[in-house]
Ligand binder design. Structure first.
Ligand code: UTP
Length: 297
């Protein structure tokens, strides 16, 4: 029987330069879609998939992130005193149990692969998930849960995959597809950030992975790849060269690239329009704006 996936790594040690100047003092992952930080969506998704140990790879200046996961007894007492039970409930739903969450420091931003490698001692010899909180996925069944269910069937390594416009391949890890089985593809290679004319497909890896410990061993080599960074996709491909399967998994859901300003804004609008308390007001604002724009043309 295959082992269950109970540990997830959340690499959040990047510099977040695309959100400067905000990220001078606010970690990108604590920025909110409406009123929930990006990390909260990531934690909720992981929990739904059966994850029990949450490992954050952090860096200097990410203190606000650790504070966010602390319980807030004073605030809870005040809400209780004021009879604000709904807010109290909301707050409690974000509490993490002691020992459930661990923080490791990545001392230098040497790349995503290096960030994942920092968690090797906490992972040991079992399969593990990796979630990038700035990829937010709206889905009826949370993306990682879809992947865990598929992983329990087939094992191997599994990366979330989606088709991107061919001109965009140089922004992603791209899969060289061996067999296309629809929901899943098997691969004969992964290439990090290929130029469109040399990309083996337009099926891109996005920020959800289920990986074997072999990938951590491959990261021991600490070889820099595209952009001079230690790339996770290179280590996954090295595990594949050693005979392990690497599957691309076409998830059901809508992915927002919240590491980019445009993606973050789109997610904000989509998540706000999905909320009963905000939809009408926001929708009438948007339609007024569109109508005014049309009238001005
Ligand atoms: P990005 O490529 O989005 O980089 O990293 P970034 O630093 O977060 O943002 P920009 O590009 O400067 O605006 C993808 C993920 O990998 C993590 C990031 O925190 C993010 O979750 N990462 C990246 C690390 O943890 N360590 C690294 O050395 C690099």
């Amino acid at each position: 029987m295959r082992r269950r996936v109970t540990k997830a790594i959340f690499p959040v040690a990047g510099l977040g330069t695309r959100f400067l100047p905000a990220t001078k003092s606010v970690p990108k992952e604590i920025m909110t879609l409406v009123d929930r930080p990006l990390v909260q969506y990531a934690i909720d998704e992981a929990r739904a998939a059966g994850i029990r140990e949450f490992i954050f790879i952090t860096s200097r200046g990410k203190g606000a992130l650790e504070d966010y996961f602390d319980n807030a007894p004073q605030l809870e007492a005040e809400l209780r005193r004021k009879g604000k039970d709904d807010l109290l409930e909301l707050l409690r739903s974000t509490n993490m149990d002691s020992g459930e969450i661990a923080y490791m420091r990545q001392h230098r931003p040497l790349g995503l692969g290096h960030a994942v490698w920092c968690a090797r001692r906490l992972i040991g010899n079992e399969p593990f998930a990796v979630i990038l909180p700035d990829d937010v996925i709206a889905a009826d069944t949370p993306c990682l849960q879809q992947m865990v269910e598929a992983f329990e069937e087939v094992g191997g390594n599994m990366v979330a995959a989606m088709e991107v416009p061919p001109a965009m391949t140089s922004a992603y890890g791209i899969l060289d597809v061996k067999d296309d089985m629809g929901r899943m593809v098997s691969t004969r290679g992964l290439v990090e950030k290929p130029a469109p004319d040399s990309a083996p497909s337009n099926l891109a890896v996005i920020g959800r992975y289920i990986l074997t410990p072999t990938v951590l061993q491959k990261l021991n080599r600490k070889q820099a790849g595209a952009g001079g960074e230690i790339q996770l996709t290179d280590a996954i491909d090295a595990a594949r060269e050693d005979g392990e399967e690497v599957y691309g998994f076409r998830f059901r859901g809508q992915r927002f690239d919240c590491g980019s300003k445009a993606g973050f804004l789109q997610a904000t609008v989509a998540f706000a329009l999905a909320r009963d308390d905000l939809r009408d007001e926001l929708w009438s604002y948007i339609t007024d704006m569109v109508n005014a724009d049309k009238a001005a043309q």
